[in-house]
Design a protein around this ligand. Structure first.
Ligand code: 5GP
Ligand code: MN
Ligand code: MN
Length: 337
């Protein structure tokens, strides 16, 4: 990683230089947390002309509406068209930036902070660490190299990012270094119980009932994934409307689905429009789901990936089954991406 170039890009900003922070579409805890935490750090460095934004509707999912630094957010339509420095968080490619992708090709410097192995290196300076548990790990290191000391606001943002991407410190990426970073964040006085309750354990009752209905139609296909089974379900826009829920409540749906002991691969197919679906894939280890997602036009990590599906639910799931069969016949379990 080119730390020196990244530090120079920030330090070399002109007085009153304009900085635009962007993250991937449908932002999750890591995208928003690393972006806003870094933004608060830049503000402490004296950067005044500072905006943060993400593509699509400017709606922050309820679990993240208490994040410090939300005041930095502007709707994508109002984002600076030609900033001196653009910093992009948690996006593996510019296709994840929607209408904001053009900011990377403007006259300013484009700095990319990410942790996807599939990152395409679309910035002028790329800090991409596939071994990092979250983009916030990269963000914390860059803040340290810029001489920014953590305060509670920065720490809360980075903690939300780290705890969401590690599944609350359960996934394999949860190294000793991750816990050491969590310790530095907690040392600022932030309250992990309060944060976790807001981020993980607060759901409208309508969403609880919606989950019940959608989990009730889950299907287990014992032979579909590397001999270890596929479990999948789907949710339509009509399901959301009947329960009066916003689409982001479905982001958490993969968690109860992937608990299925009989399945190595789990999948949730979420309707986003007519014949269009956001597909989440998870693996317990025997299957590389990023390979499946990349083959179907998406991306992600070995154990967590996604893509945009088209057609009917059955057509989308059939594409997944077909790709899983390819993985199996090519000994896909350990195949690098
Ligand atoms: P999730 O299922 O939580 O939406 O996403 C899991 C992982 O897959 C994330 O790392 C995310 O970057 C990646 N991912 C999800 N959907 C897409 C997609 O449509 N395109 C790409 N390139 N990556 C995706
Ligand atoms: Mn993300
Ligand atoms: Mn991430």
């Amino acid at each position: 990683a080119d730390w020196a170039a990244a530090v120079a890009a920030v330090r070399g900003l002109p007085a009153d230089g304009r900085v635009l922070l962007i993250c991937h579409v449908n932002p999750d805890g890591d995208a928003l947390g690393s972006m806003l935490g870094f933004g608060l750090g830049l503000r402490r460095l004296g950067v005044r002309q500072l905006q943060a934004t993400f593509p699509g509707p400017p709606e922050v999912p309820e679990p993240f509406r208490a994040l410090p630094g939300l005041e930095l957010l502007v709707p994508a339509a109002q984002a600076d068209p030609a900033p001196d420095l653009v910093i992009c968080f948690d996006a593996a490619s510019d296709s994840r930036l929607g209408e904001l992708a053009d900011r990377l090709t403007g006259p300013g410097t484009a700095l990319v902070l990410d942790h996807h192995a599939s990152n395409t290196g679309f910035g002028d300076v790329n800090l991409v660490d596939p071994a990092a548990a979250a983009t916030s790990v990269v963000a914390e290191e860059l803040l340290a190299r810029l001489g920014v000391t953590l305060d509670a606001g920065i720490a809360e943002c980075l903690y939300v990012a780290l705890s969401t991407d590690t599944g609350s410190f359960r996934f394999d990426a949860t190294t000793a270094a991750v816990h050491e970073m969590a310790a530095r964040l907690l040392a600022t006085g932030i309250r992990p119980g309060d944060i976790s309750r807001r981020v993980f354990d607060s759901r409208p009752f309508g969403a609880v009932r919606l989950f019940g209905e959608v989990l009730g139609r889950a299907r287990l296909e014992p032979g579909a994934a590397a001999g270890h089974g596929l479990v999948w379900t789907y949710a339509t826009l009509d399901d959301l409307a009947r329960h009066e829920q916003r689409p982001y409540v479905l982001e958490a749906l993969i968690d109860p689905v992937r608990c299925t002991a009989e399945a190595d691969v789990s999948c949730v197919v979420k309707q986003t429009g007519p014949g269009e679906w956001a597909v989440s894939l998870r693996s317990k280890g025997a299957t590389d789901v990023s390979r499946v997602a990349v083959a179907l036009g998406g991306g992600g990590h070995r154990l967590a990936a996604g893509f945009t599906g088209r057609g009917t639910v059955d057509e989308v799931v059939e594409q997944i089954r077909a790709e899983l069969a390819v993985s199996e016949s090519s000994g896909g379990a350990g195949r690098p991406t």
